[in-house]
Design a protein around this ligand. Structure first.
Ligand SMILES: [Zn+2]
Length: 501
């Protein structure tokens, strides 16, 4: 068989069409996320879907004993699965999946199955598939995929451009502190305590928890106070969202470049977290930077350096499968699978944090826990939950779990460090960073509290409590630490609260 024959063979033509149909969603999702998803992850998914499709195609082909009919049937099968609950929702006006719905939908399922059977019998009756129409549909799908590729390239170059501008802007900042960097270099090695920066995503302050959740964190607070921590009760986050807040605190500044082009901020967060100013400055001092991977996209790197051995769920594959399966019964199982991956990751992160203390000093350890942020997957004792929703009680339970675990981790870090370490335990924003995540009726005054009121605790050996501003905000964390420990004179910035919607 020569090349021309292979290209024109019905087997290949029949295989291509449903493949393209199945690829539409991954290509489309990837074209928006090209800056943050590794190409390898995309290719594995594309290849996986290719083989799933080939398998289904061969089944349908053998039913009809015709390549093109088998191909059409496979495509129709995808459309029926994909649109099942789309139609169901339109008819019944129910928009959220529940266990109950599956049973309520049984008549609908029967109707759907009937349509399915009729379509497939009709296929059987057709003598031959019109090859011209068949090819036209394939070409149409091909063009669609081609355009998503073009869009992907545009996204890629926009992200690169943004990073380029960020780097220029950042170099200016680093140059400005060059003299102080020279000073930093001269510090002797025993004056370099390990630094831990632990972020608990959406962990509210003591005041907010008491006022809006009727929950007291006194137990957790007491544990930390006896370990020598200071709590800054008036601390507020500088941003309402993680992808702006973490880059800002690690880079020690408010960043107009990061917050411009909001749609690209998620992509640039990854770059600015990996190449932060705090890391750069500490590297000059001889610190090793260790990131313990989070389940949150831009902070997923650093598996090897941290010695992490837990699974890190892929947001990209999840969102692709979710787009395809969301409206089917498989969507529910997908959610459960993804939640269990998150549970394993968070537990793995805690374990890694306990082990990382043994690595050589001086080190700068950063880790972001996607917790107590929803989804609510732990109860207060650490049992796994598969609850999806917005509930104050669930939030507080998960918060109690992570607090207990963090207290244990801090015990180990403090016991096993050769020299008392600097530790910051802080939230990136309040519990209400996402207005849709909580069902509390709040006045607009309260909204600010809930968006920005964060847990903020510092372990600062040799520094007195009175020297630490009670309203210190994340942007000033490292400015304060550098000034206190390394004799720099970074300006302490105004504590701003910026909200980006
Ligand atoms: Zn967050």
């Amino acid at each position: 068989m020569n090349f021309k024959k292979i290209v024109k063979s019905d087997l290949l033509l029949g295989l291509i069409q449903p493949t393209l149909l199945l690829w539409l969603i991954p290509f489309s999702v990837y074209s928006f996320n090209i800056g943050e998803v590794p190409i390898s992850e995309f290719l594995v998914l594309i290849l996986g879907l290719f083989f799933i499709n080939a398998f289904l195609f061969l089944i349908f082909k053998s039913i009809y004993n015709d390549f093109l009919k088998g191909s059409f049937a496979t495509s129709v099968f995808y459309l029926m699965v994909y649109f099942y609950f789309e139609f169901y929702n339109n008819i019944y006006g129910i928009h959220k999946w529940s266990y109950l719905k599956f049973f309520r939908a049984r008549y609908f399922s029967l109707i759907w199955l009937l349509i399915f059977i009729i379509v497939f019998i009709l296929f059987k009756k057709i003598k031959r598939v019109n090859k011209k129409i068949f090819n036209l549909i394939t070409i149409f799908l091909g063009i669609f995929i081609f355009f998503t590729c073009i869009r992907g390239l545009f996204t890629y170059f926009r992200v690169q451009n943004k990073i380029h501008h960020y780097n220029i802007y950042n170099d200016k900042f680093r140059n400005k502190y060059e003299d102080q960097l020279k000073k930093l270099k001269q510090i002797s090695s025993f004056d370099k305590p390990d630094i831990y920066y632990i972020i608990l995503d959406a962990h509210a302050s003591e005041y907010i928890l008491k006022k809006y959740y009727d929950y007291d964190i006194l137990g957790f607070k007491k544990k930390l106070l006896t370990k020598g921590f200071y709590f800054t009760s008036d601390s507020m986050s500088n941003y309402s969202h993680t992808y702006l807040s973490i880059p800002s605190s690690l880079n020690m500044k408010y960043d107009s470049v990061i917050s411009e082009n909001n749609d690209l901020s998620f992509c640039s967060a990854s770059h600015t977290i990996k190449n932060s100013n705090s890391r750069y400055f500490l590297n000059l001092l001889g610190y090793k930077f260790i990131n313990i991977p989070s389940v949150w996209g831009p902070a997923k790197f650093g598996k090897r350096e941290s010695g992490a051995s837990y699974p890190i769920p892929s947001d990209f594959s999840y969102s692709v499968f979710y787009s395809i399966l969301n409206k089917t019964i498989f969507g529910m199982f997908l959610n459960m699978y993804y939640d269990s991956q998150k549970q394993q990751s968070i537990l793995g992160q805690l374990n890694t944090l306990k082990k990382v203390v043994k690595q050589d000093s001086p080190k700068f350890v950063f880790t972001h826990f996607f917790c107590p942020h929803r989804p609510y997957i732990f109860d207060k004792n650490g049992s796994f939950l598969y609850f999806r929703g917005n509930d104050r009680f669930a939030y507080v339970n998960q918060l109690e779990f992570i607090d207990n675990e963090i207290a244990k981790v801090l015990d180990i870090i403090l016991k096993e460090s050769k020299q008392p370490p600097i530790i910051i335990v802080q939230a990136d924003h309040g519990p209400h960073g996402d207005k849709h995540s909580f069902s509390i009726d709040v006045e607009s005054d309260d909204q600010k509290d809930l968006t920005f009121g964060i847990l903020s605790a510092f372990h600062l050996p040799g520094v007195e409590k009175k020297d630490l501003p009670n309203d210190i905000s994340p942007v000033n964390n490292f400015r304060f630490v550098f000034n206190k420990y390394f004799g720099t004179d970074f300006e302490i910035l105004e504590n701003e609260q910026n909200e980006y919607e």
